[in-house]
Design a protein around this ligand. Structure first.
Ligand code: PLP
Length: 233
């Protein structure tokens, strides 16, 4: 077990959650000489998320921010597209889409809690709206999540769950991060599961899986090649 030194006068905002074999796993990766992504530990981790949470395809990223930025690329967000996000969230929720030239439309908090006020959502939808991004601050989904999903379906909008803080959180028993077409998780040191810095893009819509993998591999089909799926012409 790893014990982290703490200053006696210091009240920590968080303590990284460590379970024991971390240093052993790092040593295994170092000894194997495979320190970049998409090695054995990436494969095992992604497989765990797919099996344990029922995610169609899980891709580890360098951060939750990266996962959100990948989502914006994957949905081909263009300048002038509108993305609806809660006004109470972390900067990355908006920045990921702003980087693609999108216009952010904020939906205000519910009067009684900081989550988005579902009653204000529908009037914000315009012909330029492309996606709604529910955020699960502190692992809390909006109570009206099924109605939000139905609304998105009615207007043919993508749903990207910002599940950065929602690992192991559920809505009526079903894991958050499995409701939207896409979902972003964070494994930042402050999160319940931590990789120091890290994240995961959950691709729940199978139509997006192949392109997601190409974006993940920086515009190449390296993952398919590594699986032996490519044959020479
Ligand atoms: C709601 C929300 N979205 C996105 C992020 C970004 O995650 P990361 O720090 O892994 O980039 C965070 C991080 O705190 C967050 O709280």
């Amino acid at each position: 077990m790893i014990t982290l030194p703490l200053h006696p006068d210091f009240i920590p905002f968080n303590r990284p959650y460590l379970v024991g074999p971390e240093l052993d796993y790092i040593q295994q990766a170092v000894v194997a000489g495979k320190l970049s992504g998409n090695g054995e530990f990436t494969r095992r981790c992604q497989h765990f998320f797919e099996q344990h949470y029922g995610i169609h395809k899980a891709l580890l990223t360098n951060s939750g921010t990266d996962a959100l930025e990948m989502a914006a690329l994957l949905l081909d967000i263009q300048p002038g597209d509108e993305i609806i996000i809660p006004s109470y969230t972390f900067t990355s929720t908006a920045n990921a889409f702003v980087l693609r030239g999108a216009r952010i439309v904020f939906v205000d908090s519910h009067p009684d809690h900081p989550n988005l006020d579902f009653a204000q959502l529908e009037p914000l939808i315009t012909p330029r709206t492309r996606a709604i991004v529910p955020v699960y601050y502190g692992g809390q989904p909006p109570a009206e999540l099924p109605r939000l999903l139905a609304l998105a379906e009615r207007y043919n909008l993508w749903v990207v769950e910002d599940a950065a803080q929602a690992i192991e959180a559920r809505y009526e028993g079903r894991p958050l991060g499995t409701f939207g077409h896409l979902a972003a998780f964070s494994f930042h040191e402050t999160k319940n599961l931590s990789a120091g810095e890290g994240g995961l893009l959950a691709i729940n819509d199978p139509r997006l899986a192949a392109r997601a993998e190409i974006i993940w591999e920086k515009g190449t089909n390296r993952a398919a090649f590594a699986r032996g799926e490519l044959t020479p012409d």
